[in-house]
Design a protein around this ligand. Structure first.
Ligand code: HEC
Length: 223
């Protein structure tokens, strides 16, 4: 009797589990914890246009009367969530700054013509220092003399070989040396953006306005 009950139970469980495997096309099959699969936010690639979808789960009274899984953009053409920008426009960053358009090979032009658009105030320089300490100090050093930890490397104690130098990044420029101390803020800005020689670009990590703040601060180190 016991064995018979076990067999029945196994058969029913298998049937229930297999019924969940019927996914195809628009039918996602039976889902465990379905609200983990269905985004409440608009998604670029999934459009659940059926207003009744997920109604069995709906616990909230929606003002626009749709059920749990409906997540279609009702305002854009073809229910698209992403739209092309207006023609002939350039997008600005969240603080309203236009992107920097001069290419890497225009260093001399940038150095000669660009002016720092930010007012030189104590607060701006302090902000530049904060950013410099985050993005430049480890190579160029706190005073800009090219002796950051990454440049000088660290000496570690190896049990077999004794003291060894590790992680030195060669050729980090001394920003306060004669060769560089008279470079313009535009020059510094351009180098931060595109990198130069052995230095990698930072344009994708640091916003336009922050790069100008750093350039301003580097000038104070060079005085
Ligand atoms: C991974 C290490 C590293 C980091 C981080 C780094 N630099 Fe450099 N930087 C270098 C090296 C190496 C050079 C020398 C490049 C060359 O001439 O090949 C250099 C050169 C420069 C120069 C001189 C460019 C010239 O015209 O010769 C400036 C200015 C400069 N860096 C500014 C900065 C600023 C500002 C930051 C922070 C946003 C920064 N660097 C972050 C490694 C670094």
């Amino acid at each position: 009797m016991m064995r018979f009950a076990t067999t029945i139970f196994t058969a029913i469980s298998a049937a229930v589990i297999l019924a969940g495997c019927g996914a195809s096309g628009d039918n996602q099959g039976t889902e465990y914890a379905p609200n983990m699969y269905h985004s409440v936010a608009y998604e670029p690639y999934t459009q659940i246009v059926d207003k009744e979808a997920g109604s069995w789960l709906t616990s909230i009274e929606y003002p626009d009367e749709h059920a749990e899984f409906f997540n279609t953009n009702q305002f854009n053409p073809n229910h698209m969530n992403m739209r092309l920008p207006a023609p002939n426009t350039v997008s600005r960053n969240k603080n309203g700054w236009l992107p920097y358009r001069l290419g890497k090979d225009s260093l001399a032009y940038a150095a000669r013509t660009l002016k720092n658009p930010l007012d030189s105030t104590a607060a701006m320089i302090a902000s530049g220092k904060l950013l410099y300490d985050m993005y430049c100090d480890h190579c160029h050093g706190a005073k800009g003399t090219g002796d950051g930890k990454v440049a000088s490397g660290v000496t570690i104690e190896d049990p077999e070989k004794g003291k060894i130098e590790k992680g030195a990044y060669n050729g980090v420029a001394n920003l306060t040396g004669d060769a560089l101390k008279n470079i313009s803020e535009g020059h510094i800005f351009h180098v931060i953006t595109h990198g130069k020689g052995l230095m990698w670009p930072h344009g994708s990590q640091i916003s336009v306005e922050d790069r100008w703040k750093i350039s301003m601060y580097v000038k104070t180190l060079q005085k």
